[in-house]
Design a protein around this ligand. Sequence first.
Ligand code: 13P
Length: 254
Amino acid sequence: MRTPLLAGNWKMYKTTGEARELVEGLLRGLGDVSDRRVLVCPPFTALQTVRDLVQGTPIALGAQDVYIEPQGAFTGAISPVMLRDLGCSYVIVGHSERRAIFGEGDELIGKKVRAALAHDLTPILCVGETKPQRDAGQAETVVVAQVRAALAGMTPEQISRIVIAYEPVWAIGTGDTATPEDAQAMHETIRRILGEMTSPNVAATINILYGGSVRPDNIDDLIAQPDIDGALVGGASLKADSFLRIVHFLPPQR
Ligand code: 13P
């Protein structure tokens, strides 16, 4: 019912030459991925290079952020129209690094989700709690509030076109992955909230990815959970062999 999505968020890594080398490596080892979706999200500066390489292959192209207007006097910003023009079909929105380092709040993030949808880009909405929030027992409250705030006022049809990535902030780039059980519990909660905002049937079709220190040695256990529909991978997506092992996860016996 939900096709697993394995997405690489390259963050601020890879020059055009390095991007080319990585994608060529991925394409060499990709093989048959017809039962899953594969996505890379390079920095803006490498989108054109990667697009030329992945066109006509099973690898989809995404960006790491987007601004909310189609064009205008917004120095330094990139519009959804520009991303479509470069062949992007996905865009990451509300990553915790955008929230914490660049000060993005729920209201702007919600506008970015809408702008992406309005231009036929699939937004990957990132949510996740910090370590102090988890330690204080507030993880679920925080994540539910982020989901509700970003999607407030949207129609079930709009919500049905998004992807959610649950990325606990304390697990990002730390090697400290959420246990499959803890991740599953949060994914189940997110799906329940999506069900309340749409309907259980619609919520059952929405991909919820896990992100935060996903590696070749933990992907199989994570994706075996019933509500984990793929992964948003940072560090381990920067090398062809480790990302390919994640892409080639062993399907759970359900
Ligand atoms: P790491 O896989 O490096 O922990 O990063 C996760 C992430 O932030 C993906 O968006």
